[in-house]
Design a protein around this ligand. Sequence first.
Ligand code: ADP
Length: 241
Amino acid sequence: MTDAPIIAMSGLVKRFGTLTVLHDITFDIERGEFFSLLGPSGCGKTTLLRILAGIEQPSEGTLLIDGQPMAGVPANRRPTNMVFQSYAIFPHLNVEENIGYGLRNMALSKSEAAARVAEALTLVKLEGLGKRNAHQLSGGQRQRVALARALVCRPKVLLLDEPLSALDKKLREEMQLELRALQRTVGITFVFVTHDQEEALTLSDRIAVMDKGHVLQIDSPRGLYERPESRTVAEFIGSMN
Ligand code: ADP
């Protein structure tokens, strides 16, 4: 069981009315991978991530996470957690309270919850800032709180929807390195959505390049760059200009 892929997608299709936004998506994501969904705006990345999260249901196909079929399993009963583009931090709560909010669906003792929050604060390098009000935080710190809130319930998969897109270039590059280091530390699978080739190439173990609801190619950054299987992938990755 532990060698089975953490995520197995087979024939996933998503339609909104008459519009098909995902076509026959079939691939696996391995345990402990930093895996990116990369493609231009509107190609279906977020919709696929939302299907993994249980926020959207596929129109067809099957999804297994950690070997379990996900049909009918609601978002809060899945071994996944999601970090959104807009961080959705509560400004009236302090950092610890914001992170502790991630534990609201778990029946933990007060001391266990406090230990989890402290562990999450350390993971995202916010030790000592637990009592600070969220509205006093910088953009980068808010992003760390959002990450800690998602990690505090120890998901097996962290789903990240363009989490760095609101940050300026310098902070974004800093957070890229931190995100990669964080993923190595916690050792869980990250599924990262981005339209930014450089970001995907820097961060990922493997990347699925998507276009118009199809997965065009899945490979390591180097594999995509050196052996693009189509002109679209080559152009998008930038190995052919
Ligand atoms: P991406 O994340 O790659 O930018 P999305 O997954 O957000 O792409 O969107 C893919 C397509 O699905 C787009 O054409 C978008 O307009 C459409 N879409 C997404 N969500 C809905 C929805 N709830 N209802 C109708 N169409 C939607």
